[in-house]
Ligand binder design. Structure first.
Ligand code: CA
Length: 231
């Protein structure tokens, strides 16, 4: 789904420029030149983020931001806001007033910089969202030679530990059987295994992982190459 950005800015050229950059970055964009009109529109259909000019006709950026923060609807109270001001001293004042914006930019700003900040805020917002299921965490403890999934330690043989530690440290990277064998030998010098034996260790690892992550395929077979870890 395309995230929608609202741009509240009474300088038409700047509003159009920011909207162009937002669309080029893959967002939908709506522009509003009046603070009161914007607040009304935001209430009717909350966007993913607001770029908010401070000095506006109708309702200024500070009042608009406070109205959002005071709203009973979480989609408005927690709506990410990037406040834009014409004077750098204004940012200090806004920070002092606890205006409630997530970020501040001073004009003239680079639209690229603005897009980078928008991306960062939306990423953070997504991570913090309770609706998004938490990704399984896999912790490798090399000192204890233990691996825990969601905090629960797996019961692994030394060879299984070596293989899973190697895979889990580089998610997404494909390892050949020979590479995994070499990596499993690190700190486990008397390991007696062959390339093909890796397959049976992987089979056992999958069974143990499935017990803690049912239905999640963590170790992927890459035909002709080897294995890759990905959750
Ligand atoms: Ca303005």
């Amino acid at each position: 789904m395309t995230a929608r950005i609202a741009i509240v800015e009474d300088e038409p050229e700047l509003a159009a420029l920011v909207a162009d950059y937002a669309r080029a970055a893959g967002y939908a964009a709506d522009t509003y030149a009046d603070g009161a009109v914007a607040l009304d529109a935001l209430r009717r259909a909350p966007p993913a983020l607001v770029v908010l000019d401070l000095m506006l006709p109708g309702l200024d950026g500070l009042a608009l931001c406070r109205a959002l923060r005071a709203d009973a609807a979480p989609a408005l109270a927690e709506l990410p806001v990037v406040m834009v001001t014409a004077r750098v001293e204004e940012i200090d004042r806004l920070l002092g007033l606890d205006a409630g914006a997530d970020d501040y930019l001073c004009k003239p700003f680079s639209p690229r910089e603005l897009m980078a900040r928008i991306r960062a805020i939306l990423r953070r917002a997504q991570r913090a969202s309770p609706a998004a299921p938490a990704a399984p965490t896999v912790d490798v403890d090399p000192a204890a030679r233990r691996i825990a999934v969601h905090g629960a330690p797996l019961d692994l043989t030394p060879t299984e530990y070596g293989i899973l530690a190697a895979l889990a440290r580089r998610p997404g990277q494909v390892f050949s059987r020979a590479q995994l064998l070499d990596l499993a030998r690190e700190g486990n010098a008397n390991l007696d295994a062959t390339d093909r034996a890796i397959d049976s260790h992987v089979k056992n690892l999958r069974r143990k992982l499935d017990a803690v992550l049912p239905g999640v395929e963590a170790i992927h077979s890459i035909y002709g190459l080897g294995y890759r870890f990905d959750l």
